[in-house]
Design a protein around this ligand. Structure first.
Ligand code: FES
Length: 117
């Protein structure tokens, strides 16, 4: 079971935005879409590019360099040229003193045997 690290307040990441954070020495993109807050590896699986600099479209994030879109829930690419999923991380929202904080698991979600998360 993973530990969680508090990385930001929800007010730091409005709907449609993403924020690069570092958890356990990994760069992670925290992304807020209409369905909630998600955490996905910040490094595109196609090349060493920061996904948090891409555009949030529905519940995907689009790599700014070649346009692959990644499912925020599973990390799977939905369009080429990327073919490999990126790791995803559990997120929990914690309310304290009328503020909602984002906490991200320190280890990625397990990958299933079919390569999906
Ligand atoms: S670097 Fe992300 S799709 Fe090519």
């Amino acid at each position: 079971m993973s530990d969680f690290l508090r990385v930001a307040s929800v007010s730091d990441v409005p709907v449609g935005a993403s924020l690069k954070v570092v958890v356990n020495e990994r760069d992670i993109a925290v992304v807020h879409c209409a369905d909630g807050v998600f955490a996905i590896s910040d490094i595109c699986s196609h090349a060493d590019v920061s996904l948090s600099e891409g555009e949030v479209i529905d519940c995907t994030i689009e790599c700014w360099l070649h346009g692959s879109q990644f499912n925020l829930r599973t990390g799977e690419p939905l369009s080429p040229p990327a073919i490999f999923a990126v790791p995803t991380f559990e997120v929990r929202l914690v309310t304290e003193s009328d503020q909602v904080f984002i906490e991200v698991a320190t280890e990625p979600k397990p990958v299933s045997t079919d390569g999906k998360q």
